[in-house]
Design a protein around this ligand. Structure first.
Ligand SMILES: NC(=O)c1ccc[n+]([C@@H]2O[C@H](COP(=O)([O-])OP(=O)(O)OC[C@H]3O[C@@H](n4cnc5c(N)ncnc54)[C@H](O)[C@@H]3O)[C@@H](O)[C@H]2O)c1
Length: 257
């Protein structure tokens, strides 16, 4: 295999759908050996089979990132099959029932934090020994523009903000082991989950699109390209940084009187 990630072993969490599946396909096309993790068994198995059918290397490993035993099993299976770990992409997400702080139920807050913040904590903790043994690695964590800009969803915003701080600290504390840690903050991306939601509010969706200087929302592939860059040697001096992929949303809008 050739490519920017040739023979790199990459775990991508929540990779059965959305941005995760685009990253899994793009990583495999770039030569990576991809561990497709998800709680969605059928979709995850299908994706790994699709990648292998196209000449890539991928395996599905079921597991809930919020459960330490599942995460340990995922790391063990990865090292057993491929001999080590070079890349972790913290991507899995739970974002149902979120809202303003008054409307947010405690159990929704707990589950969101468990998947979106504790999940990356458990996965990062579990891969670091394997990365140290390999002499380094790259950890890419999916945060969101929600962490930097008031966009609704209290628990999700708290988790995504926490991720930026936690994963920058990982960069500071593990750089000496050759381990890099970077964060991607996507704007609105056209995934099935996202579109299923916006289909119910077509006028709101038009307003949302108009907030983007590029006049559109993003495609999963456009986030996957940033993840490939951060996972590859092309970004060898990049660590502890936040990479916004948002069609200019955070830049603001042209102001007209
Ligand atoms: N889509 C967007 O507009 C957008 C915007 C900003 C940031 N992001 C971030 O990008 C990442 C991917 O988002 P997406 O829109 O592709 O999500 P998605 O909902 O399309 O896919 C998430 C995947 O995670 C899996 N998953 C859920 N809980 C899990 C768990 N406990 N363990 C393992 N897997 C689990 C799901 O089964 C699903 O396949 C997330 O971190 C999200 O916060 C997305």
């Amino acid at each position: 295999m050739t490519g920017r990630l040739r023979d790199r072993v990459a775990i991508i969490t929540g990779a059965a759908g959305g941005i995760g599946s685009a990253m899994a396909r793009t990583f495999a096309a770039e030569g990576a050996r991809v561990v497709v993790n998800d709680i969605a068994g059928e979709a995850g198995r299908d994706l790994a089979a699709e990648i292998r059918g196209q000449g890539g290397e991928a395996v599905f490993v079921a597991g809930d990132v919020s459960r330490a035993a599942d995460v340990a099993g995922m790391v063990e299976q990865t090292v057993g099959r491929y001999g080590g770990i070079d890349v972790l992409v913290n991507n899995a997400i739970y974002a149902e029932g979120d809202g303003t702080i008054e409307r947010l139920e405690e159990d929704v807050f707990d589950r969101t934090i468990a998947v979106c913040l504790k999940g990356p904590f458990l996965c990062t903790k579990a891969v670091i020994p394997a990365m140290k043994a390999r002499g380094g690695g790259s950890i890419v964590t999916l945060s969101s523009v929600n962490a930097l800009f008031a966009f609704g969803e209290t628990a999700y915003t708290a988790a995504k903000g926490g991720l930026i701080s936690m994963m920058r600290l990982v960069a500071a504390e593990y750089g000496e082991f050759g381990i890099r840690s970077n964060i991607i903050c996507p704007g609105t991306i056209e995934t099935k989950t996202c579109m299923d939601y916006w289909e119910r509010f077509p006028e709101g969706f038009a307003k949302l699109r108009a907030m983007y200087p590029l006049g559109r929302i993003g495609q999963p592939r456009e986030v996957a390209e940033m993840a490939v860059f951060l996972a590859s040697a092309e970004s060898s001096f990049v660590t502890g940084s936040v990479h916004v992929v948002d069609g200019g949303l955070l830049a603001g809008r042209r102001f007209e009187l």
